[in-house]
Design a protein around this ligand. Structure first.
Ligand code: 6PG
Length: 242
């Protein structure tokens, strides 16, 4: 049984347009003195969404209200080919009017444990708290073929019980060190959007959305905002087994 937060698009551009409209709505309803706190994701589909948003001559997104954070980062320098920040800078940041002081990069070049602490404190200082939790207005997530999201991989399900906001982890396949938001941060967001495209994700998408055998051992299945369900923005290939 699918929930009504699943949206299927015939192209990634149409998926991106829908996401941009949702973000615009959030910024339009944000009081003038307030900020919209957004946690971005790495990945090829988020990159495609950023590229689309960068190419729109006119946008209803009040970028000047947005504070940009990351839900995860690879522990590499900002100009490294695998940096989520570099990907975002090239596909989005250089094309939109977000003030530099509103961009909060995870410093992948630093010691992972120390950076996880620093970034946790930074988020706590810049993202509004409700019920003793920082509450992002929007968290953007990709989905790995193994069911990981952000950089919460299947062996690290304990990150959904972490008292911390961000932790230093390792990609279990490559050993690459990463910083990731924990389940505590993600699941206290007001809006969570999975952005997923490509046939290679179709089996994982249906396993999680339709709650097939073993789904609850997958990190993406534990993503559940306080309001109920995350939004799933899927292209037809990713949704092909639903
Ligand atoms: C990362 C992302 C990760 C990504 C998924 C999907 O840093 O890589 O946070 O969670 O979104 O692995 O990536 P693709 O869209 O490239 O398959």
């Amino acid at each position: 049984m699918r929930n009504n937060n699943v949206f299927i698009f015939d192209s990634v551009d149409n998926l991106a347009a829908f996401f941009a409209e949702k973000l615009a709505n959030i910024t339009q309803t944000c009081p003038d003195h307030a900020h919209v706190s957004v946690a971005l994701s790495g990945g090829s589909t988020p990159r495609a969404v950023f590229a689309y948003m960068s190419e729109q001559p006119k946008s209803n997104i009040a970028w000047e209200k947005i504070r940009l954070f990351w839900g995860d980062e690879r522990c590499v320098p900002a100009d490294h080919a695998e940096s989520n920040y570099r990907m975002t800078r090239e596909s989005l940041l250089t094309h939109i009017p977000v003030p530099a002081e509103n961009i909060f990069r995870i410093q992948g070049e630093e010691d992972p444990q120390k950076e996880a602490v620093r970034y946790s404190k930074l988020v706590a200082a810049h993202v509004p708290f409700f019920n003793n939790q920082p509450v992002f207005d929007l968290v953007m997530l990709g989905l790995g073929e193994d069911g990981h999201t952000a950089s919460i991989f299947p062996p690290d399900m304990h990150l959904f019980d972490s008292p911390d906001l961000f932790e230093a982890v390792q990609n279990p396949y490559s050993g690459q060190h990463r910083i990731t938001a924990t389940g505590r941060v993600i699941n206290h967001a007001k809006n969570i959007f999975f952005i997923v495209s490509g046939y290679s994700k179709s089996e994982m998408v249906t396993r999680i959305i339709n709650k097939h055998e073993g789904f609850d051992r997958l990190p993406a299945s534990k993503i559940k905002p306080l309001g109920g369900e995350p939004f799933w923005l899927l292209d037809q290939d990713a949704a092909s087994l639903l």
